[in-house]
Design a binder for this molecule. Sequence first.
Ligand code: 2AM
Ligand code: CA
Length: 264
Amino acid sequence: MLQSALMNVMVKAARRAGRSLKRDLGEIENLQVSMKGPANFVTMADKRSEEILYTDLTKARPGYGFIGEEGGLREGADKTHTWIVDPLDGTTNFLHGIPQFAISIGLLREGVIIAGLIYNPANEELYTAERGKGAFLNDTRLRVANRKQLNDCVIACGLPHIGRGNHELSRQEMTALQPKVAGLRRFGAASLDLAYVAAGRLDGYWERNLQQWDIAAGIVMIREAGGVVSDIQGRDVDALATGNVVCGNEAVHDQLVKILKPLK
Ligand code: 2AM
Ligand code: CA
């Protein structure tokens, strides 16, 4: 695959941050048994990853703004471009030594996501997409799955955890979907769920209460793989404002919106 200069920059930064996360994951596996537990250590791992990404991306593209989960917005001189970065998506998985976590980098130009990268350093799966240039897993071009009947589909979701979101609404969603689909899944890293839909592994995915860095890269990934992504009301998600997302091929997306939208 011929990689653009921009994607080269993103890949290099992600691989360096990925090495840092992988080292830290190894430490966590030792810390699991300690009394204090690994929570503080994970926060450090998260921050280390973000600083690597900030340093590398800013060095290669001086002036671009940077929004990171840990450090918030760091403005640059160039107001048209902003990196939207999750240095460790799937934190709870990471904390438990479950190798389902990722670095997610999106690039916003004048309100439109033009490039995305999602990288799981645990298995070295690297998902990349640029607007108009397709989506890839490593060197392989991606295409969303073709299944159109929900009862053939494996659909992933998010579940709000303790103290967050609307648990009753989440149960209503399960009740509505469970009898209609071949399987429901809950993996715990939003960026990878989106990447899996782009790769045709999952037929669809929805989740509420997300942040822009969880989904920025995944949105362009899904679109470049021929899929459809919106918020649960069916509205465009480029603004990244609503924090909820539903996606799949067009047929699956539309059926999911139809089922989920009326639930309150
Ligand atoms: P995180 O691991 O970076 O926090 C899990 O359902 C997904 O929701 C993960 O991608 C997780 O990202 C994301 N998420 C976003 N906001 C969250 C929050 N306040 N609490 C837990 N998970 C959150
Ligand atoms: Ca996240």
